[in-house]
Structure formats: C-alpha cells, structure tokens
Design a protein around this ligand. Structure first.
Ligand code: AMP
Ligand code: GLY
Length: 425
C-alpha cells in the first residue's frame, strides 16, 4: 500500500515513523514534511492547503491512503476534496472538522449532549463580553472562536488581564477573524490530560492518555504555546477516570456528531480536566494532538496502517499498547510563542539517538546543515519503565544540544514524578 501523510510537524513525523514500521506500507510520502521526516518518508513539495496539487499527486502516484495531520486543511475541507476524487483518506470532512474549527460550535454540542464542560457564553460584541466578564469576575478564561494555532486562549487570573486580553482579541483583532467571536468560560481547576481516540461514526477506540505542557516556561509560567513537552502514560490518572472520560465525553460527542448529521471519521482529541466534580472537557480537536502524538504513537503495538484501515471499514482495530513510559521534550526557538528568529543551525543533535528525535520546524540549508524554521523546532523522546526513567533519558540527550538560539523546559513530567513520590511516602 502507498500512503501519503499531509503536514510538516512533529506530529506528522511521529505518524510517518509509525507507518514506516508497517509491513503493509510499501511507499510512504509526506507533503510537505521536514528534514527529519525525509529519513522516514519521501518528501513531496506540495503545501498542505494546495488540495488540487495533493489530489493530483495522489492520483498520479496511486496513493491508497492519505492521513491528514493539521487542523487547517481539515477545517477547509481537504477530506471532501479527496473523497470527490475517489481517494481513500483518514480524517473528518469539513462538516465534522467544525468540532475544532469553531469553539462556539463545540461548546453548543457539549451543552446539547450533556457533556461535562466549563460554563460559558459566546460573544460577538466587545461591550457585551466586557460586561459579562465584569459580572463573572476573575479567574476567567477567554478563547478566540476560530483556529489560532493553540495560542488563542487566555487563562486570566486577574480582571486586568482578562480585559486587556479581550481588547487584544476583539478590538485589536490579534487573531484576525478567528477572534471576532470570543468564548468566555468558567476557570476549571484540576489535573489536565489529553485523550485521543480513533473514531468512525459512533465507534470510538481510545488511545492511551498523555499529558501536555502548554505554558512556555518552567513551573507552568509564561504564555500558552502549541505544547512544550508531553508524556504517556499518566501515572496519577487512573484507568477508571479514563474509562469515565470515554463514556461521558468521547462516546457522547461521537454520537452527537452523528445525530447532527456530521458523522466524524478520524481522530477526536479531547483536552480534559480532572476536577473535583470529575472529568470536564476543555476542548475538542479534530486531529492527532501535538506533541501528544509524539509520545503516544511510539507506544502503539498494533500496526498503525492496519488500524486506520480497520477503523475506516468500521471494524474494531484491537489496539494494543507497550507497557513503557515515553516522555518528550520540545526544543523551541528563543522568543516562541511570540516573535523568534529562523535559520539558526541546530548543533549538538548528533549525540541524540536519531530514532528518538522528532522534527517539527527543521530544514537542511545549502550546506546540508540542519537549521530551524519554526517556533517549535523538534522534540526528543526518552523511554523507560517509569516517567522518571523516561525523563532522565530525554534530558540526557537534550543536554548536548546548543541552546544559544533555543530553549526547552527543564520540568517536563516533574509533576507526575513528584506525585508518585508523595503517594509512595
Ligand atoms: P485550549 O486551546 O482550549 O486547550 O486551551 C489552552 C489551555 O488553556 C488548556 O490546555 C488549559 O491549560 C487552559 N484552559 C483552557 N480552558 C480552560 C478553563 N476553562 N479552565 C482552566 N484552564 C483552561
Ligand atoms: N497539544 C494540544 C493540541 O494538539 O492541540
């Protein structure tokens, strides 16, 4: 089988690596990919949003299955485009991808299908939003309605922060059209975790859970990012809580999408908070998470290509997982998620085990030197029998990387480790 992966980040690198292991996959292509992905798949220089270019390539090459990574092409209907050409593709169509593309749609769904989430209201008027925020008080959470690369959320601990973020979004149009509508919601307190599932209509096949680290700096300080590191499994989230999350959140949303006439095929990603009142939904995404995928997929024992084919056929893929811990640390450009420079060489990476390096924003310059061209540059995975071992293995490799132009968090997984010690004591 020939498989095409669409995207260029760490998530797509993890998907390509897993597909490259499959005996079913005879040809693996990635459009447009990055320098790391070129080790596992043949790069195709077509942009994710060039749907005609991608379908022509797929038809010409005889691609048997296409897997779409990022949210933008999904939201714009890449899946519909492939299907119109009779091409098999794994991902939600445009009607279903709205689950991620509009926060107000996804909040409406949670309300309608009684899926636990934070109380909220959506606003298109700055004055109304301001009045509501003043009435509710801080802490409070503001979200740009549309896609904003994981950065359109402000968790405001003070009223001042809330109002200044509202101004940025609604008056100064910080996220363009994506923030002309704003969702304001209740602040949830608890332990955050991410749960992804392979979905086809009402059928939901959950993966192992992972924990992301969204803030830029150690101790969960600084602005929200696309994710600075992750690990899986999460020792302090019990199987019972995971099962409850599948039952009360993932299954009802999949069923709800069918009832709305928007049946979902692809990956549903639930960003969840374990509150005192049980699991609550923070967000849904219509795709594999980044960086969660980089630590979850390497743990999958089952052949990923076979899994995707089974799910598309409506069959149970019988997922099996390795009993190991994986922890990934993201190397980012200094300044990310605000302004940062591109083009700096990434030195010291040769000491890392290449199979555990997942590239995000990298390219080879004319002298074949690996350089950065994104905010999140790459992720290094460590493996072990516990999160602690995996953490040590990841940082051991990261420490050889020259950080003149880059930075990484030093505390990925530390909360899990601290908890393990306090509960053993
Ligand atoms: P989102 O893009 O919706 O996942 O939000 C980004 C991050 O903001 C989440 O991962 C949470 O850490 C935080 N967040 C979002 N919504 C809430 C909420 N209602 N209460 C507390 N934290 C939140
Ligand atoms: N890690 C969260 C996301 O992929 O949106």
């Amino acid at each position: 089988m020939k498989v095409l992966v669409v995207g260029r980040g760490g998530r797509e690198h993890a998907i390509c690596k897993k597909l490259a292991e499959s005996p079913l996959v005879k040809g693996l292509y990635c459009a447009p990919g990055n320098a790391g992905i070129s080790q596992d798949a043949e790069l195709v220089a077509i942009d994710e949003m060039d749907f005609d270019g991608l379908t022509s390539f797929a038809l010409k090459q005889g691609i048997d299955l296409t897997v779409v990574g990022p949210e933008n092409p999904l939201s714009e209907g890449i899946v519909d485009h492939f299907q119109e050409q009779g091409l098999k593709v794994y991902g939600p169509n445009k009607a279903a991808a709205i689950l991620e593309g509009s926060k107000s749609f996804s909040k409406m769904m949670m309300e309608k299908y009684q899926i636990p989430t934070a109380r909220y209201q959506a606003f298109e008027s700055y004055e109304d939003a301001k009045a509501y925020i003043e009435e509710q008080g801080a802490p409070i959470v503001l979200k740009a309605d549309g896609l904003a690369a994981g950065k359109g959320v402000t968790v405001a601990m003070t009223m001042e922060e809330a109002l200044s973020s509202l101004e940025d979004m609604m008056l100064d149009k910080k996220f363009g059209e994506a923030s002309s509508k704003v969702v304001v919601e209740e602040f949830l307190e608890g332990e955050e975790y991410s749960l992804m599932a392979f979905v086809n209509g009402e059928n939901v096949y959950p993966m192992e859970a992972a924990q992301d680290h969204k803030r830029a700096f150690d101790g969960d300080e600084g602005p929200n990012t696309g994710g600075m590191g992750a690990y899986s499994p999460i020792p302090h989230i019990s199987q019972e809580v995971i099962d409850q999350s599948v039952r009360e959140i993932l299954q009802p949303i999949a069923k709800g999408m069918c009832e709305e006439g928007r049946p979902f095929t692809g990956i549903i990603f639930a960003g969840l908070m374990l509150t005192k009142a049980g699991p609550k939904t923070i967000e849904f995404n219509a795709r594999f998470g980044d960086p969660e995928t980089q630590v979850v997929l390497p743990r999958l024992k089952t052949d990923l290509a076979q899994v995707l084919l089974d799910v598309l056929k409506g069959e149970d893929p019988q997922l099996e997982w390795k009993d190991e811990s994986i922890l990934g640390v993201v190397l980012a450009a200094k300044g990310y998620p605000e302004t940062y420079e591109k083009g700096h060489a990434i030195n010291g990476l040769d000491q890392a085990e290449q199979t555990s390096v997942l590239h995000a924003g990298t390219y080879l310059n004319e002298e074949q030197i690996l350089c950065a061209n994104g905010g999140r540059v790459l992720l290094i995975n460590g493996k072990g029998d516990s999160i602690q071992e995996a953490q040590a293995a990841a940082y051991d490799q990261m420490k050889a990387v020259d950080t003149e132009h880059f930075f990484y968090r030093k505390d990925i997984g530390s909360r899990a480790i601290a908890r393990a010690f306090s509960s053993n004591a």
